[in-house]
Design a protein around this ligand. Structure first.
Ligand code: ATP
Length: 353
């Protein structure tokens, strides 16, 4: 277990900066998720932690000790790579035991530890079988077992739940959270999936093109996204963003559409003077029959209904109750509480409220 500190950590490939200098302190036992779209630099950060890539600037410390000159195998990082493969000719037991054997633990201790890990992951019945007889989800579990068998100082997981079907993914995600709580080991976890990130993380680090755009608890990210990128990336149904201005009790968009806003305060109007970007979550809007907005698609999500419509030229989504009477082709008006509006600069790069 270790505290991990990143100071000014930078990475360049072929003259191009892929991780811009950043600082981050990870507490002992904390579960940190690096979240970002493809090529945002997530894997590169993990690889630097594990010592598989040198830094081009800054330093990484474990419990105050600079790791720059420490060989990967002495860093004590248990790392799970994307598409991590098992040894095909070894049994489940031999696979999970591999990292322990390499470190010369005695055989009864290894046996006990493998049994414990297998029990934790629900793979005890797979220990005597070979990987080719496993399903995708079973392979992934045993592979995770191979990483967590050794109580490393830091776990680094690169998309461990990718390539699994939705149900297995959901079940393993829940188990991941439980296991990480039980082991209490500092975990750095990479995913492009915001639902997974919010479900697992103590804190999420959001990356965009090699820059950290926000660090916060799942709730902080949801309630106060730092810019329009985070706003539209985080949340089960992404936030709507519009450019416009608040005029009296209406939000008037750039292309002339309006949304009724109630509870507008003087302060909020002043904040949003001139054109700015406004974010509105689909769950913060109510629909009223008769109005300028045409509904073009209605999707049932079970507990709720997702209504797709146009506000001016822009696509806009509203989460309505399952009982809504709104149908495709209806014309509706939108209403929203001023307190639910997120205000950003015109280009969306900064939050202003
Ligand atoms: N060995 C390398 N040589 C040159 N460029 C690289 C190398 N490894 C990564 N890159 C580049 O660095 C950038 C960040 O890559 P990285 O794999 O860290 O992104 P990522 O966020 O993990 O993406 P993904 O989710 O697709 O794995 C990308 O533009 C990638 O092309």
């Amino acid at each position: 277990m270790a505290r991990v500190r990143f100071s000014g950590v930078t990475k360049r490939y072929e003259g191009r900066t892929v991780v811009h200098p950043f600082d981050l302190e990870v507490d002992d036992g904390e579960f940190i998720v690096f979240l970002g779209p493809s090529r945002s630099g997530k894997s590169t950060i993990l690889r630097m932690v594990a010592g598989l890539e040198p830094l081009d600037g800054g330093r990484i410390e474990f419990d105050g000790k600079d790791m720059s000159l420490v060989e990967p195998r002495h860093r004590d990082v248990g790392m799970f790579f994307q598409n991590y493969a098992l040894y095909p000719n070894k049994t489940g037991r031999q696979n999970i035991a591999a990292s322990l054997m390499r470190r010369g633990a005695d055989s009864s201790a290894v046996r006990a530890r493998v049994d414990e890990v297998a029990d934790l992951l629900g793979v005890s019945h797979l220990l005597d079988r070979h990987p080719k007889t496993y399903s995708g989800g079973e392979q992934q579990r045993v592979a995770i077992g191979r990483v967590i068998a050794r109580r490393a100082s830091v776990f680094a997981f690169d998309e461990p739940l990718s390539n699994l079907d939705a149900l297995v993914r959901l079940r393993l995600r829940t188990e991941f959270k439980r296991i990480s709580r039980e082991l209490g080991i500092t975990t750095l976890y990479v995913t492009p999936d915001q639902v997974e990130a919010l479900a697992l993380a103590d804190r999420v680090v959001v990356l965009d093109e090699g820059r950290i755009v926000q660090v916060g608890t799942p709730q902080e990210l949801y309630e106060r996204p730092a810019n329009a990128f985070v706003a539209s990336f985080v949340g089960a149904t992404p936030m709507n963003t519009l450019t416009g201005t608040l005029k009296g009790d209406h939000l008037l968009t750039e292309d002339g559409a309006t949304i009724a806003v109630y509870g507008v305060t003087a302060m909020m109007s002043a904040d949003a003077q001139g054109m700015a970007m406004v974010g509105i979550r689909p769950e913060s809007v109510s629909l009223e029959e008769g109005g300028p907005n045409k509904v073009h698609l209605v999707e049932s999500l079970g507990r709720q209904t997702l209504v797709h419509l146009k506000v001016g030229e822009k696509d806009f989504r509203v989460l309505a109750p399952a009982t809504t009477s709104v149908r495709e082709g209806d014309n509706v008006a939108l209403r929203c509480d001023a307190k639910a509006l997120h205000h950003f600069s015109y280009d969306g790069s900064q939050r202003v409220n």
